[in-house]
Design a protein around this ligand. Structure first.
Ligand code: ATP
Ligand code: MG
Length: 320
């Protein structure tokens, strides 16, 4: 765990910019530590964009913000083959996706064609144009934000796209005390000359080394079985809870199982533990599962949403 202290510094750096929202800061670091993509959702103005920018400011990586709008075309993000009159050839001109940390801002304001162009990039770390594949950088992660679906001018992300996000984090409003602190911080930033950049940014090598260390965090077999049972319960909730057999239309895929193990390991790493405990799993399970299950009509008519179903499952499946 040689790299862990660097991530403690990164957390302090994030806390200088963002008041509260501890889970958000935690989840951003978990994604950096696992190479997983994250989807952040909240009403406008809850510091999604600010937090991702602060994270990018703490890592020595190339950062690109892509604002998703209704008129965006797939080639606007991937790049395209451009004719070079000198050579008489087509040459690939890289689009904004060719960076290490991507802020895909307001992702659900772009039409499905653009969203599916992101899909290949997120899953395969490459972009294919005109039959040629172009590798994305090794550190490549997408941190996407979206506003709730009820808002005007949004296109819901397809389920296959959602499954590609390691975590789906939903933010809540700050408390009154936190909001007072947000005001104070804003005043300081406005009038002071406070330097919010990290003195030594985390290098890409450190991030990659940390990812190796996270992969080596120990997880007991009983905990692996626990994770598998939690995911299984999303497919067959009736087996775990009486009367719930019709509550989930679609359950989570094995990708969720992998995601839960990775995220729990990174969570343990950030605490400074070399092994996973049930608490790590219980803490991150909602963010791993939230976007991967579709409540059935029966569940929705009993006013149960994905979060309530996950809470039910966490209570029903015995903790090892
Ligand atoms: N917890 C917080 N700590 C510090 N600043 C905050 C916090 N919450 C909101 N703010 C401030 O509120 C403003 C809005 O934040 P930001 O633009 O990041 O929101 P957003 O979630 O991306 O909103 P939108 O969905 O509209 O894009 C910023 O000035 C930000 O600094
Ligand atoms: Mg924003």
């Amino acid at each position: 765990m040689q790299t862990q202290s660097e991530f403690l510094k990164l957390r302090q750096h994030l806390e200088q910019t963002i008041v509260g929202q501890r889970a958000l800061l935690d989840r951003l670091m978990i994604c950096l530590l696992t190479g997983g993509h994250v989807l952040l959702e909240s009403a406008p103005g809850l510091a999604k964009t600010t937090a991702v920018k602060a994270l990018a400011g703490g890592v020595h990586a190339s950062f690109q913000r892509i604002q998703f709008t209704p008129d965006l075309m797939p080639s606007d993000i991937t790049g395209s083959d451009i004719f070079n009159p000198k050579t008489g050839d087509f040459q690939f001109a890289e689009g904004p996706l060719f960076h290490e940390i991507i802020l895909a801002d307001e992702i659900n304001r772009a039409p499905p064609k653009v969203q599916s162009a992101l899909l290949e990039a997120m899953e395969e770390h490459q972009v294919t144009i005109g039959g040629h594949s172009h590798e994305l950088p090794g550190l490549f992660i997408v941190m996407a934000t979206q506003n709730p679906l009820e808002q005007a001018g949004t296109y819901p992300l397809p389920e296959a796209q959602l499954d590609r996000f390691l975590l789906h984090v939903v933010l809540d409003y700050p408390s009154e005390d936190e909001e007072i602190q947000i005001l104070e911080r804003d005043r300081r930033l406005h009038f002071g000359s406070e330097d919010t950049a990290l003195d030594t940014r985390i290098s890409p090598e450190t991030v990659l080394n940390a990812r190796h260390e996270v992969a080596e965090i120990h997880m007991e077999e009983s905990l692996e079985r626990y994770v598998v049972s939690l995911v299984n319960a999303t497919r067959d909730p009736g087996r775990w809870i009486d009367g719930w057999q019709d509550y989930i239309q679609y359950g989570a895929s094995p990708r969720a199982t992998l995601a839960m193990v990775r995220a729990a390991s990174a969570h343990a790493y950030l605490i400074g533990r070399e092994f996973v405990t049930p608490d790590d799993i219980i803490e991150i399970a909602p963010d791993v599962l939230r976007h991967r299950i579709i409540p059935s009509f029966t569940a929705r008519s009993s006013k149960l949403d994905a979060d309530e179903l996950i809470q039910g499952i966490l209570q029903a499946v015995p903790i090892p």
